[in-house]
Design a binder for this molecule. Structure first.
Ligand code: UDP
Length: 239
């Protein structure tokens, strides 16, 4: 078996990743193919946790811009991430990958509440743990949730799966032909250059806890496996 660079990972899937080209809602064939990619690394013996976003359904900031109270709008966003988490769980279990969903806001009939020690125990027992509901607090993002949960469970790395973008660029490669792709960057580069890859709260939390994150293209089959095996794809952000 090829050497593994990371043994315990936190995979961050944005809501959009589950929507595919339609950008909104859930796209069953797309979720199925993501589940298969996850299954491939599951069989390598990697401990996998996942944070799902909710942007394919709702973002609090959008609701707030339309006049809704921000906190209320953010709760709707958190609920969206739970719907996504359940969809992912369904797809993983249907192909034989044991999972647990843990929510930051209790919803005992459909998922476990987030309990750190229990989450770690699940990972040790080869269950994929899906963290849904974000941090449970308004004004935060699921990127920040990814950094927080990765620190809590001592993940070796955060795998930031992107939709169709193969790493971090100096400018938007779709708009600027001179945009340069970075192989590695420091946390401070992200913050100083204002690179729009994760929000500053998420980045500084990863920095404070020295958790590297790898930004890569989810749409290329086999990429998650390449990342965990340490092959040079995407952009790695570290100290
Ligand atoms: N959200 C929140 N607190 C959190 C995480 C998420 O309030 O800790 C809400 C927020 O409204 C956000 C929405 O959930 O817009 C969906 O999450 P996010 O935008 O991070 O999803 P993604 O962009 O990854 O799909």
């Amino acid at each position: 078996m090829a050497a593994l660079k990371y043994k315990r990972v936190l995979l961050k899937l944005s809501g959009e990743a589950l929507a595919g080209d339609q950008k909104m809602g859930l796209n069953p064939p797309v979720i199925k193919s993501i589940a298969k990619e996850i299954k491939n690394i599951y069989h390598l013996g990697i401990q996998i946790s996942i944070v799902v976003g909710g942007g394919n359904m709702w973002r609090g900031i959008t609701g707030a811009k339309m006049g809704m109270e921000r906190v209320q709008a953010d709760y709707i966003g958190m609920l969206a991430t739970i719907m996504n988490g359940l969809a992912l769980q369904d797809n993983l279990e249907s192909i034989g990958v044991p999972t647990r969903v843990q929510t930051s806001i209790e919803m005992r009939q459909i998922a476990e509440p987030y309990i750190r020690r229990k989450a770690i125990r699940h990972l040790q027992k080869d269950r994929v743990v899906i963290f849904a509901g974000g941090t449970g607090n308004p004004y935060f993002s699921t990127d920040t949730t990814a950094s927080l949960r990765a620190a809590e469970i001592n993940a070796d790395a955060i795998l930031m799966a992107k939709n169709g973008v193969d790493g971090i660029y100096s400018a938007d490669p779709k708009k600027d032909p001179n945009a340069k792709k970075y192989d590695t960057l420091s946390y401070m580069d992200i913050i100083d250059k204002g690179l729009n890859v994760m929000d500053n709260t998420a980045c500084s939390l990863a920095m404070d806890n020295n958790i590297p994150f790898v930004v890569f293209n989810l749409n290329q089959p086999g990429n998650i496996e390449k990342v965990v095996k340490g092959q040079k794809i995407g952009t790695t952000v570290k100290e």
